[in-house]
Write a protein that binds this ligand. Structure first.
Ligand code: NAD
Length: 447
């Protein structure tokens, strides 16, 4: 499933043609490979209004071997990233400093470069002016993300006072090739105990991870990435998908577990399996999902109910059962739920699907405080247009438009969703809880 247009636009003759016709030129995105450097060039770290995270950011970069600059060089050196610490901002006047740091550095940003802005959350501001300045950064970052080209992305991290220890893991994710298709996003961190000494190459070493819907598509990609990062994967799917499930599980040295997650005894069977074979579980990825599209007026109860059962009720039931089963969900557990852009933007013909996927967002936000009390997290990932066998079958025009209406001008890959889920599963993502991270290349649909 290659992107013919992207390949054409980046070929010798094609690039000239595309330029002359004024057509978009989607970049070949920098994606993570084990052993790859965090960035492909030096990083500028600047402040707006004097920030308190400068030292932490510099340490993250230096630990990863990235040269740190205080401003963009004038000798034509290409930057890997620009990080703006705006935690010191007190009012709109400080935004001018943000512009002063960002403008020259963005001009020097290399291919698949990164812009990352960090600020305190508007909800914690002391005054309307301070809240305005903090919220203003959202508009700045989301607009800049739309201006960037060549595979570069811009994202914003809100860091409450006291949550400084939560910063390094998310910063590494947003700078690395793991976040290739995460663009124009805002993530709010929380204070958490972040375990030290995570192995950057195998952050999930020694963990047991359940991935539902793992026989194919995005679920198979999640299983592969989570296993690559060190986890033993219990790959779950319906008995009818048993053969491909076994193939995925064998390929990654995991375990295949045939289970219809909507069965009345599904949660108890899964829990019994985890207790007997592994003693417990560290990571649960609720990925299994179905569509049964029809306009609302033509939708029968069977379509409505089956989508709700798989996409929402099963996630609620299995998660509740895991919370209730003493000792199964290990301390520091991670639950990651797959939502969808449809659950944010809505989609014609998908009232059932969008309702179920929006429900996931409500569920994750409501459960986050209870998870935090256990030192655990629950988050959602909302994929946009992801290139799968399903989207390959769409009519040509619909597919081309659907995959291009985002800032990166291309569809994402299953591995992009998988990398974001694997990041949220890491011990160093302890301070990311109750968040919804879109993996959509900053799709123009939805907020
Ligand atoms: P897919 O249909 O290729 O795979 C889904 C898997 O879930 C299948 O293997 C299926 O057998 C399994 N499954 C379905 N019902 C199940 C049940 N009752 N019990 C156990 N397993 C069950 O879908 P995909 O495109 O890989 O999507 C994966 C997830 O990502 C879904 O939740 C989907 O809603 C979401 N998503 C996909 C896209 C996209 O562009 N493909 C976009 C947004 C969200």
């Amino acid at each position: 499933m290659t992107d013919w247009y992207r390949d054409l636009a980046n070929s010798g003759v094609g690039s000239t043609l595309v330029e002359q016709l004024g057509l978009p030129r989607p970049a070949v995105l920098r994606r993570y490979e084990p052993g790859a450097p965090l960035l492909t060039g030096p990083a500028v770290v600047g402040t707006a209004g004097g920030g308190g995270l400068h030292e932490i950011l510099t340490r993250v970069l230096e630990d990863a071997g990235v040269p740190v600059r205080s401003s963009a060089a004038t000798d034509g050196e290409r930057l890997g990233a620009v990080l703006l610490d705006a935690t010191g901002g007190t009012g709109p006047a400080d935004l001018a400093a943000a512009h002063e740091v960002l403008a020259p550095a963005v001009k020097r940003l290399g291919p698949s470069g990164r812009v990352l802005v960090l600020a305190h959350p508007p909800s914690d501001a002391d005054s309307p002016a301070q809240a305005a300045a903090r919220q203003a950064l959202e508009g700045l970052v989301r607009s800049l993300a739309k201006e960037l080209r060549n595979g570069a992305t811009a994202n914003l991290l809100f860091v409450p006072v006291g949550a400084e220890a939560s910063v390094p893991g998310p910063v590494r994710f947003f700078l690395s090739g793991r976040s290739a298709y995460v663009d124009g996003q805002v993530v709010t961190l929380t204070a958490a105990d972040v375990p030290a000494g995570e192995d950057a190459e195998r952050p999930l070493a020694g963990k047991v991870a359940v991935v539902t819907g793992a026989a194919r598509g995005i679920g198979a990609a999640i299983a592969r990435v989570v296993a690559r990062d060190g986890a033993h994967v219990v790959a779950v799917d319906v008995p009818a998908a048993g053969q491909s499930l076994a193939e995925v599980a064998n390929e990654i040295g995991g375990t295949a577990f045939q289970l219809d997650i909507t069965a009345p005894d599904a949660a108890q069977r899964l829990i019994a399996h985890l207790r007997e074979r592994h003693g417990g579980v560290d990571v649960v990825v609720h990925n299994a999902g179905i569509t049964r599209d029809k306009l609302l007026v033509n939708m029968d109860a069977a379509r409505w109910n089956s989508v709700m059962a798989v996409n929402l009720q099963a996630q609620l039931d299995v998660t509740q059962a895991l919370l209730d089963a003493h000792g199964v969900l290990r301390p520091g557990a991670r639950v990651v739920c797959v939502s969808s852009q449809s659950g944010i933007a809505g989609n014609r013909g998908q009232t059932n699907y969008a309702a179920s996927k929006a429900g996931i967002i409500g569920m994750v936000r409501a459960w986050a405080p209870a998870f935090a009390e256990r030192g655990a997290t629950i988050n959602a990932v909302a994929p946009g247009f992801i290139v799968t066998e399903m989207t390959a079958k769409m009519p040509f025009g619909t597919r081309e438009i659907g995959s291009r209406i985002n800032s990166l001008q291309q569809g994402g890959l299953p591995v992009d969703v998988a990398e974001t889920i694997a990041w949220l599963s890491q011990p160093s993502a302890a301070g990311v809880n109750g968040q919804v991270v879109r993996v959509c290349g900053q799709s123009f649909l939805g907020a």
